[in-house]
Design a protein around this ligand. Structure first.
Ligand SMILES: [Zn+2]
Length: 196
């Protein structure tokens, strides 16, 4: 589902109205976003407000997956740089996501999985050298540590759950907010908001 976005008026932008590039990059929905959760179409019992950025395709995104993992591992700094470039140059909007009780269950499960992944990566990084040093499998230790570090990077990325929960992304040109696979009730609510 696509929700058209518009540029901000001075009233929308508030303290950002004279600040570039924020004033040109901040986008606003043309309809009132419903206070329902995207996944189940139910009224939210909790909400979180966060800023969502467009994700321009970079050279990095065009790499094969295996190359990307290696690239991240060897050049960790470029990841941060890419992140800052995105924040400084990509369109964004402030979005409030709503969650129902079913969403809370999903979130608890998601957090549990993240915790287990963290635990696994720590065991691989710290536990494996301690246990295996001096044994016949000692040559495997660096690989296990490397594996542990990969799991840790992966876990940290997965732990930022809001974007995933919102199922939303701002288009690169800033014209639309795309919501992936919304519940029919959510679609209907956006539809009636845009007609009124
Ligand atoms: Zn829900």
């Amino acid at each position: 589902m696509r929700v058209p976005l518009r540029a901000g008026t001075p009233a929308d932008l508030g303290r950002w109205k004279d600040t570039q590039p924020a004033a040109t990059l901040f986008r606003f929905p043309t309809v009132e976003m419903p206070e329902l959760c995207v996944a189940h179409g139910k009224p939210g019992v909790w909400s979180r407000r966060f800023r969502i950025w467009a994700r321009p395709e970079t050279d990095f995104d065009r790499m094969p997956r295996s190359q990307r993992i290696l690239h991240e591992f060897l050049l960790g700094g470029t990841r941060l740089e890419r992140h800052f470039t995105r924040i400084g140059t990509a369109h964004s909007m402030s979005l409030t996501v709503h969650g129902c009780d079913d969403c809370s269950r999903w979130l608890r499960l998601h957090r549990l999985r993240s915790l287990l992944r963290f635990a696994l990566s720590f065991v691989m990084m710290i536990g494996s050298p301690v246990v295996l040093m001096g044994t016949v499998v000692e040559p495997a230790v660096p690989f296990l540590m490397f594996g542990g570090l990969s799991v840790l990077c992966y876990s940290a990325a997965k732990a930022s759950w809001l974007e995933r929960f919102a199922r939303a992304i701002v288009s690169v040109d800033g014209k639309y907010l795309t919501i992936r696979d919304p519940h029919p009730d959510y679609v209907a609510a956006v539809g009636s908001a845009s007609r009124s």
